[in-house]
Design a protein. Structure first.
Length: 364
């Protein structure tokens, strides 16, 4: 007869450990969850446990009467331009900073709720690292901090976007060596020289992806007399956007459908990459001028490092065809597009999350 205390308890102990580990992986026994947030003008990306768990447009749909959240992210973006008077769609961020505090808070809360549903959290305390433009004022920084805290963040740290982009690219930001980052997002272009864990010189201009999209909308209206929405202009930029008028492998013309502004009759307009290159020329020239301005402010020793290492391009704007070649030819320093430019800032924010105690440049 086998009494309880005579039985081998080892298999039972092993099973208990396995169950605990599995639930810990799910986040059920962890009271504090850690997330990294790239709060972008165009897209919001959230990283949890080294994985991108949210990558959706920075858009919310609100009930116009109650101001309650109806949809967030991709669902809200699909509603944009198609709503009735009872619903409004809002982009809470403009030019890289919070333009609508209430909508921003609802968006962050809605995105976090999506993550918690995927990971079976029970209303955890959140430790967050959120990235902000390097040209942010104290008021703008406070708006990000307050929105994050109201959305459930207990410990909120902030990191400047160029620093996050450098970490995401894989640069050793603590090394005594100069590296230049050009991060072309939706609302801002961030240009910074980084050395010894700090930003030595920086330039933040409010010319970026949204401005290129607006240039295309204006061009379609003037040149073709056709009215196109924001989403259509964005698709034109993705399919035939180019910084050069001559490409080695040019894309096919993109067919645009829209109403004639005079007659309201449907139109079909083919758009070429050369046409788009001409219409975004002014905005690209402003980005070039900003890079040159940042280089002028760079100390000589760091300048020589940049010439040796090249300049790194990140953000959605880095995907514009021929941009790296154009900048290299114009400035005379090689430009390198990051391996995953769209997610470089988010990945760098994730690296910062894992090194909160080590990285003294994080802001509280």
């Amino acid at each position: 007869m086998c009494r309880f205390y005579d039985c081998d308890l080892q298999p039972f102990k092993q099973n208990t450990i396995l169950i605990k580990e599995r639930y810990n992986d799910m986040g059920l026994f962890s009271f504090t969850q850690e997330i990294a947030v790239d709060l972008g003008t165009a897209n919001t990306i959230i990283i949890h446990n080294d994985k991108i768990v949210i990558d959706e447009p920075s858009v919310v749909a609100l009930d116009t009467k109650t101001q309650k959240l109806m949809a967030v992210g991709e669902t809200a973006r699909e509603m944009r331009g198609k709503v009735h008077e009872g619903i409004k769609t809002v982009r809470p961020l403009r030019d890289g900073v919070i333009a609508d505090f209430n909508a921003a808070e609802l968006m962050i809360r809605g995105m976090i709720k999506k993550v918690s549903q995927k990971n079976h959290w029970f209303s955890p305390a959140l430790r967050m690292v959120v990235c902000i433009p390097s040209g942010s004022t104290e008021v703008e920084i406070r708006a990000v901090r307050d929105s994050s805290e109201h959305a459930g963040g207990r410990d909120v740290y902030m990191i400047y976007e160029p620093m996050a982009a450098a970490l995401g690219i894989g640069i050793d930001v603590l090394a005594p060596e100069g590296n230049m980052i050009v991060d072309i997002g939706g609302g801002t272009t961030e240009i910074a020289v980084i050395s010894l864990g700090g930003i030595v010189s920086n330039k933040s201009i409010r010319i970026a992806g949204d401005d290129l999209t607006e240039d295309i909308r204006e061009h379609m209206r003037r040149a073709h007399n056709v009215k196109v929405g924001e989403r259509t202009a964005e698709l034109i930029k993705i399919h035939v956007g180019s910084a050069l008028s001559e490409l080695d492998s040019p894309p096919d013309d993109y067919i645009v459908h829209g109403p004639n502004q005079m007659t309201a009759l449907p139109m079909e307009v083919p758009v070429s990459y050369q046409e788009i290159c001409n219409c975004i020329e002014k905005s690209i020239s402003k980005i070039e001028a900003a890079v040159l301005s940042a280089l002028e402010q760079t100390p000589p020793e760091l300048y020589s490092d940049i010439v040796k290492n090249g300049i790194y391009l990140a953000g959605g704007g880095a995907l514009l065809r021929g941009l790296d070649r154009r900048l290299t030819d114009k400035i005379g320093i090689p430009f390198h597009v990051a391996d995953d430019p769209l997610h470089a800032v988010a990945k760098g924010t994730g690296v910062a999350l894992k090194n909160i105690k080590r990285f003294k440049f994080l802001k509280r």
